[in-house]
Design a binder for this molecule. Structure first.
Ligand SMILES: O=C[C@H](O)[C@H](O)[C@H](O)COP(=O)(O)O
Length: 244
């Protein structure tokens, strides 16, 4: 019997669900892998599990509502126990590229508000070096051209070359995030020093957020045909370390 990539995503989601306990405040991720988690969580909630969730996108909010998962906001619940979310790439130090679905801004805010972040993924997302997946960069619509040019110039100084394109939606129109911003996808191919690139992007006016998640993931459940592999935490990488 063959195992589909959806089966693997579901296996990773179920492995993360084992870490969810009664009374938890959860960050709930976005994307096809996170959707498996939402559906499995919904079944547990209907069986009586008491949790509240903060969704990382309007799409996830709708799915949670359909599953009967009680939702809150970071205004009412600013400190979360655990976030479970997918990723586009995961390296061995648990650095991530996220934002393939355009939800990176809310995802990063929610992950940073959480004591722990478990990344769920099928094995295809685990890479030795980040960057094959184009890096999503969320930018303000005002000054888009100038921001794009600055990203290109400063990343070239780091030795990163490659096309940077505004993302289009499925309808062929420019993609707009839940926050009303554009996404630029930077096709660098390889990002040998993600910390340096993240620090550079953080200095550029007009960059709202970028898809490099560094020091946020505490564990990853990577599902392969022979089972789920857990990548451990690297606490030294975590500026937002677990709080009491
Ligand atoms: O913006 C979207 C998110 O970062 C997703 O978690 C990421 O793109 C992974 O999505 P999927 O599980 O569909 O591959």
């Amino acid at each position: 019997m063959t195992t589909s990539s959806e089966d693997l995503k579901r296996s990773a989601a179920l492995a993360a669900l084992d870490h969810v306990g009664e009374g938890m405040a959860l960050g709930i991720g976005t994307g096809s892998t996170a959707a498996h988690f939402v559906r499995a969580l919904g079944a547990r909630v209907r069986d009586g599990l008491g949790i509240v969730g903060v969704p990382t996108s309007e799409e996830t909010a709708r799915l949670c509502a359909a599953e009967g998962i009680p939702l809150t906001t970071l205004d009412d619940t600013p400190h979360l126990h655990l976030t479970v979310d997918g990723a586009d790439e995961i390296d061995p130090a648990l650095r991530l590229i996220k934002g393939g679905g355009g939800a990176l801004l809310r995802e990063k805010i929610v992950a940073a508000a959480s004591d722990r972040m478990i990344v769920i993924a099928d094995g295809s997302k685990a890479v030795p070096v980040l960057g094959t997946f184009p890096l999503p960069i969320e930018v303000n619509l005002f000054g888009l051209g100038a921001t794009l040019r600055e990203i290109g110039l400063l990343s070239a100084e780091l030795g990163l070359e490659g096309p940077i394109r505004r993302r289009l939606g499925r309808d062929g129109e420019p993609f707009v995030t839940d926050g009303g911003h554009a996404i630029l996808d930077a096709c660098f191919g390889r990002i040998p020093d993600p910390e340096a690139l993240a620090a550079t992007l953080n200095t550029i006016p007009g960059v709202v957020e970028h898809g490099l998640f560094i020091g946020l993931a505490t564990q990853a459940a990577i599902a392969r045909t022979d089972g789920v592999e857990w990548l451990p935490a690297r606490e030294a990488n975590r500026p937002h370390g677990a709080r009491p």
